[in-house]
Design a protein around this ligand. Structure first.
Ligand code: PNS
Length: 160
């Protein structure tokens, strides 16, 4: 059985992330969405909140599960029998993503596949969504409705 990991911070999960997870789930038998916990202290959502949101959003795909991870991604892959790392690739990501893919392969031999981000989400990132929402912009188009509402509520409570 081919098992892939879709790793990320998912703070918050966007339509772009979900598109990559869905496309990965179509080409491998099992997908583990791995929510990183080595994050900046000013994350909008806690790791557990991000897992809960992703679990709800990924419930429509029977071969996708969501887990927390900490430490090195390659160690998570080894411990969970992961064959391949699957990442969405925007134009601006290429240099850093290539470097991480090569480092991960050097560390344990685990390989990475890149899926080009769907054009409609090519400019969307969690960090830009947080910035736009913090400055009062409308982010409803970039996130599932429930997560957009939670994002705006969290930012409003922070700014209160
Ligand atoms: O959504 P992000 O923030 O781009 O996700 C980055 C993530 C969590 C996938 C990346 O930072 C990662 O793999 N972190 C785990 C630590 C690790 O393995 N570092 C070495 C990378 S070569």
């Amino acid at each position: 059985m081919t098992r892939a990991v879709c790793p990320g911070s998912f703070d918050p999960v966007t339509h772009g992330h979900l598109d990559v997870i869905e496309r990965t789930a179509r080409v491998v038998e099992h997908v583990v969405v791995a929510v990183g916990t080595n994050m900046a202290k000013n994350a909008l959502f806690t790791p557990d909140e991000r897992v809960e949101m992703l679990t709800e959003e990924c419930g429509r795909w029977s071969n996708v599960e969501v887990r927390l991870f900490s430490g090195l991604l390659v160690d998570f892959c080894a411990a969970n029998d992961i064959d391949i790392i699957s990442k969405g690739l925007r134009g601006t990501d290429f240099g850093y993503e290539l470097q991480m893919a090569q480092m991960n392969r050097q560390l344990t031999g685990v390989d990475t596949v890149f899926l080009p981000t769907a054009p409609q989400w090519a400019f969307v990132s969690s960090s830009l969504v947080r910035e736009v929402a913090t400055l009062g912009g409308d982010v409803m188009a970039f996130l599932p409705a429930r997560i957009a509402t939670q994002t705006m509520a969290r930012i409003a409570s922070r700014n209160a």
